[in-house]
Ligand binder design. Structure first.
Ligand code: CTP
Length: 409
């Protein structure tokens, strides 16, 4: 099988002398079975004609955002949804900066903002421009978001300079693209994740909540997205930025989280309950602000639904992963929750004494029916990646072949 069979690739071409190599790149991508549509910036059209790309790709080439005839054939939003991956080669310093800053001022940058497909950039620029700290900052912020930066190569440049800034060769770019698809463990899978705390109203100005920041759940959502999954994140109140390419549903109470999960669960092949859901809510929150009169007051609390247990008890449950935050008897308590809630996996973490909640680092023990593995202390981003690897091992082992067919995206 060819490396890019049935893969739909948008090739973005920006203004730079390396644009001539992109014609060869289209040929190489198509040799690997890809369906390629080319989107050019106006500056790119100064270096190579759209007609060249049209002849090679067999598709009309798009340059302008508001070309009504092209929009009628396939709007830029449809184009953004059509793509399995977007490769920008060559990617100029200008376009790189715009993507890093979320600017959408031409068709290419607009569709990059509108797509949830993986994005790969092959920078090509003068070595001095590549060495600038602003370019380095842009590259770092893109890499943190999971955008792949391919190259640049070091060598002699068209301007006569010697240094880093040459676009990688078409063959190297095609190999990188093929690899990026192979590494996507969750390509074609839908994952539903809960994150953060919930808030249960006492009166219009006060609530009961907990110390969860949402960091672990957001890290999991980003890692799942990077691993190719379509991710829906149902988040309680959190100050964290909405991760790119993830469908985020914001909720406040446990009841709202419960409804949002139940509304989306049928499409998910995997559910990860990472939220610190309040176990209880007020039986009757006051409709007016409580006044400070009595020396003591009593709040009557009633139990909230256990979202995780309900998901695992569905007639056709997804692969269900829970978390257990414990202050003592970590493994015992987590194993008991795994059994009681009929989970596939549970990630146990010690909390209290400045551990767990709202920290950037953590350690987990991942437990299943007949085994467990320790994930030693590291950043929540690293832990999220490792936990997803373990989920992938168990999920694909358990679900072959029917689950993959049951939950296509
Ligand atoms: N959970 C949930 N809904 C709830 C309570 C918890 O989905 N109403 C999920 C959490 O997202 C987590 C797991 O259940 O994945 C464990 O939560 P935890 O509070 O540790 O366990 P509880 O079952 O509430 O048990 P306890 O509070 O007695 O330790």
């Amino acid at each position: 099988m060819k490396g890019l069979e049935q893969k739909r690739i948008i090739l973005g071409v920006t203004g730079g002398i390396a644009a001539y190599k992109s014609a060869e790149l289209v040929r190489r991508l198509m040799e690997q079975g890809a369906d390629v549509q080319v989107v050019m910036t106006t500056a790119a059209c100064e270096f190579i004609t759209p007609l060249t790309f049209q002849a090679l790709s067999g598709h009309p080439v798009r340059c302008e955002s508001f070309d009504t005839s092209s929009e009628a054939a396939m709007s830029h939003i449809e184009l953004a949804r059509w793509a399995d991956a977007v490769l920008v080669a060559p990617c100029s310093a200008n376009t790189l900066a715009k993507i890093a800053g979320g600017i959408a001022d031409n068709l290419l940058t607009t569709l990059i903002l509108a797509t949830d497909a993986p994005l790969l950039l092959a920078p090509a620029m003068n070595q001095q421009m590549w060495a600038q700290s602003t370019t380095a900052e842009n590259v770092n912020s893109l890499a943190v978001k999971g955008i792949k930066i391919l190259g640049p190569d070091i060598g002699e440049q068209a301007c006569g300079d010697l240094g880093a800034g040459r676009m990688l060769e078409p063959d190297q770019l095609v190999d990188a693209l093929i690899q990026s698809f192979q590494h996507l463990a969750f390509a074609g899978q839908r994952i539903l994740i809960t994150a953060g705390p919930t808030r249960e109203a006492i009166d219009p100005v006060r609530f009961l909540s907990n110390r969860s920041s949402g960091k672990m759940g957001y890290a999991l959502a980003r890692a799942a997205r990077e691993a190719g999954a379509a991710v829906t994140l149902i988040s309680g109140p959190s100050v964290l930025a909405t991760p790119a390419g993830i469908d985020v549903i914001s909720v406040e109470t446990a009841a709202e989280m419960h409804s949002a999960v139940m509304a989306h669960i049928s499409k998910a092949g995997i559910f990860i309950g990472c939220a610190a859901v309040a176990d209880y809510r007020l039986a009757e929150p006051a409709s007016e602000k409580l006044k400070k009169q009595a020396d003591s007051i009593q709040l009557t609390l009633v139990k909230n639904a256990d979202i995780l247990a309900e998901v695992a008890a569905l007639p056709n449950p997804p692969f269900t992963v829970g978390f257990a935050a414990e202050t003592s008897h970590l493994i015992e308590n987590a194993r008991e929750k795994l059994q009681r809630k009929h989970l596939n996996l549970i990630a146990a973490n010690q909390v209290g004494d400045n551990q767990g909640f709202d920290q950037d680092d953590n350690e987990l023990t991942v437990i299943w029916q007949d085994g467990q593995v320790e994930l030693p202390s590291s950043s929540k981003n690293q832990l999220a990646k490792k936990l997803l690897e373990i989920i992938a091992q168990h999920y694909f082992q358990k679900s072959q072949p029917e689950n993959n067919e049951k939950h296509p995206t």
